[in-house]
Structure formats: C-alpha cells, structure tokens
Design a protein around this ligand. Structure first.
Ligand SMILES: C[N+](C)(C)CCCC[C@H](N)C(=O)O
Ligand SMILES: O=C(O)CCC(=O)C(=O)O
Ligand SMILES: [Fe+2]
Length: 414
C-alpha cells in the first residue's frame, strides 16, 4: 500500500503544492489589490474619431494625457496637469478631426489636440494592455557554442566618441547577455574610463571600482580562493545590480578560470523539461542575505523573491539565483519546502551540470568581460596563488537607459 500510494500522493500533493505555491504568491494583499483595481466608478467618455473608425476613451484619460504645453512639459516630458482636479463628469463640447489630428474642446474651454498616430499607439481597452512601443532587443539564448564567436568589441572602438562601438558593446549585452572588450590597457584607471563610456558605477559596501585579492577583505567567499558555482550577484539587494564588469589584472598561480552560463537558456530548458518546476521557481519566494562583515547585514525589502521573475506580460526578465547567499527557509509550508527543493534541484541539474550550457574562458590583463547580472550567471574555478581581480557594478536602469539613448530609441512610453 505504502509503495503504491506514494506516486499518487506525491503527484496530487505536487499539484496541490503548485496551486498553493501560486496562492502563496498571490498574497491576500494581491487578491485585495486585484478587486480594488476593478472598483466601479463612472467616468464620462468621448467617442474619438480615428478616420472611418472611432475609439471610446475616458474623458479623464484624454485630459490627463493632454499634450499642450500647459499640461505636459515639452522639454522635460513631465505631466503638469493636476489629475485630481479633473472632474469625473468632464464633458467635451466639440470634437474635430483632420487627417493627422483630433481636437477636443472641453466644457471648461480647454482644448486638447492629439496626433492620431499617438492615439493609435496608446489607445487602451480593446487592444492588448501592455505595449512595448520602444525597440527592444530579443535575447539570443546560447550554450557552450558561444565559444566559437563570443560577442566582443575592440577597446579603441568602444572608446571612440562616435559611440558606434559603445552601441555595439551595449547591444551585445542586450542580445547575448554579455560582451568582451579586448585590448584594454591593464590598469584600473583605463578600466574605469571604459565603464564610464556606459555610465556611472554603482557603489556598494564593496566600494565603487573594486580591486581585490583573496584576502577576505570582505566576509564573502569571492574574497577567498574557493571555487564559486554559477550565480548572479547581489540577490540580497532589493534591486540586484544590472551589470558586472571584470578585469583580471594579475594572477600568479593556477586555476581561477571564469564561467558564464546563460540563465535565460537554463530557464528555457527548465520550462521545456520540468514546467511544474518552472512555475514553482517563478512563484516560490526565498530570502537572501549578506552578513559576512561586522558592519554589514543586508537583505532586501520586501524580503522574499523568486528565482525566476517576469514582467507584466509574463516575459522572463530576471534570474535571481545565488545558492550560497540564500537565507534560511523558514517561511514555507511543509509541502512547499519539498516542492521548492524538487524544483531547485531540477534548476541546478541544468545550471550546474550541463556542460553544453557552459562557457569557460580565461580572464587576464587586457580582456574585460561585462555581463547582465539579471540574466547571465558567472562562476569561478578554485585557484592558487596571488590573484588580483578588479571590476565594478552598474545599475540595470542606467545601462539600459544608455543603450536607448545611443541607439536613439524613441520615447513613446513617456
Ligand atoms: C564582486 N565583488 C567581489 C565586489 C563582490 C562579490 C559579492 C559576492 C556575493 N556573494 C554576491 O553574490 O553578491
Ligand atoms: O573571482 C571571480 O572570478 C569572480 C568572483 C565572483 O563571483 C564575484 O566577484 O562576484
Ligand atoms: Fe559573483
């Protein structure tokens, strides 16, 4: 009986667990927020002519999005209209259209003029709510084959003020999740100048541009000569760092090779092979900490986060995984703990044991690597001897902003 029941119980339990993991993710507050969002309030609407067709939009939305210079600052692209002053029963006294525009006269005399192209982009309701109108770079997932042609840009091209090389460097990161820069003068100064082509460095309790050896200067295994398994950094920050850059300036000893693994590829494999585990790692939230220094004890707020994180359209946008830095599991139910470890080990079997997903390479003076810490995991082989690794962090928002500006992405989402 015991043996026969086990698979049945396990599968039912797993289904229940998956559901409860989902429930656990949809905390009461999320459920409350969902109902609150549908609270009924009546607003007047305007039938906006769009050529032969028309679209029904709320008057308050139209007035709130008025683009006249008194309502929307033409330079700063900031709203000036005070939304709270817009009456719920605001009525339009006249609506006129030309080929390219629609002009609405409100009963208070204010006139709002909209480009039809803008309205077409942003009119909500019938069409899908979440539109990303700006150019986005589709990730190209990779495995060990990336070694044949790793994304790289020569140093002097990145430093060229034309920004063509900088754009290539940033597009490499957006598409492949990482890029080398070769021919970098082997100094901290020149490495700092290089990263400054993107933007400012993200300071942390590790400092700004770090330059370290295995001397336990900080209470973290990165400051030892131990091997480090594939991970993303700073899972204990509320906002894990966006980029990480390494420039190994000196190593007198053996080992210490670097590894990159495409976390999005690992996630795609997990989804293909173990969809339940993908859901569990997308909905079960765990904690992480940084507590190795006497004067530092960091964990995020809110405290718990999933390993796989998606945007509002369900697109995977962030891997948050560092098994060494994960905190004690004391907030899950008995069954959720089992489901979590089952899913985690399925993730780890792909992330840590699939040679076909590993890209090992040697760092060294002159070779800089930079990677998207929200997507690409990094690791290090154990090493001996004196090893001086330098590098820095960069905020995710700031490197993505720099890419948009050098790529001339239009600002349709303002
Ligand atoms: C990069 N640097 C050596 C400064 C810090 C390393 C921090 C390592 C930490 N366990 C984490 O994963 O975030
Ligand atoms: O020493 C290395 O090559 C990298 C160590 C590491 O993971 C880190 O510093 O974040
Ligand atoms: Fe790391």
């Amino acid at each position: 009986m015991h043996f026969i029941a086990r698979p049945l119980v396990a599968s039912v339990a797993r289904r229940a667990i998956t559901l409860s993991a989902r429930d656990a993710a949809a905390q009461p507050s999320a459920r409350f927020l969902a109902t609150a969002a549908t609270g009924a309030t009546t607003f007047t609407t305007v039938q906006v002519p769009m050529g032969k067709e028309s679209v029904t939009l709320h008057s308050i939305w139209l007035r709130d999005h008025c683009r006249c210079p008194a309502c929307w600052h033409p330079v700063t692209k900031q709203r000036l209209v005070e939304t709270q002053t817009i009456p719920k029963d605001l009525a339009a006294t006249d609506v006129k259209q030309t080929d390219a525009q629609v002009q609405i006269t409100w009963k208070d005399g204010h006139v709002s003029t909209f480009d039809k192209a803008w309205l077409k982009d942003h009119a909500y309701g019938k069409t899908a709510q979440f539109k990303d109108l700006e150019e986005t770079y589709e990730p190209a997932l990779w495995g060990s084959e990336i070694a044949q042609n790793p994304p790289s840009v020569p140093y002097d091209e990145v430093m060229d003020p034309s920004n063509a090389g900088l754009r290539k460097w940033l597009e490499n990161i957006a598409i492949h999740g990482f890029s080398f820069v070769k021919g970098v003068p082997a100094s901290v100064e020149k490495s700092k100048e290089l990263v400054a082509r993107i933007t400012f460095i993200r300071e942390s309790h590790y400092g700004g541009y770090w330059d370290f050896t295995p001397n336990l200067e900080h209470g973290d295994t990165a400051y030892t000569s131990l091997a480090l398994p594939a991970h993303t950094d700073t899972t204990y920050f509320t906002d894990p760092v966006g980029l990480q850059m390494f420039h190994l300036l000196e190593h007198r000893g053996t080992g210490g090779e670097s590894l990159l693994v495409d976390g999005f590829k690992v996630a795609a494999e997990l989804r293909r092979l173990h969809p339940d585990a993908y859901v569990t790692l997308s909905t079960t939230k765990v904690a992480a900490h940084c507590a190795g220094d006497a004067d530092t004890y960091i964990y995020p707020k809110p405290r718990y986060h999933a390993l796989l994180n998606h945007d509002e359209r369900g697109k995977l946008v962030q891997i948050r995984y560092n098994n060494n830095d994960r905190s004690v599991l004391n907030h899950l139910s008995f069954d959720q703990v089992a489901a979590y470890y089952d899913a985690l080990q399925k993730w780890q079997a792909i992330a840590h044991e699939r040679k076909d997903l590993e890209y090992w390479f040697p760092l060294g003076p002159g070779t800089v690597v930079i990677f998207d810490n929200w997507r690409v995991m990094h690791a290090r082989a154990a090493f001996t001897g004196y090893r001086r690794l330098t590098g820095c962090y960069v905020n995710g928002d700031d490197w993505r902003s720099r890419l948009r500006t050098v790529a001339g992405v239009n600002r349709k989402m303002c």
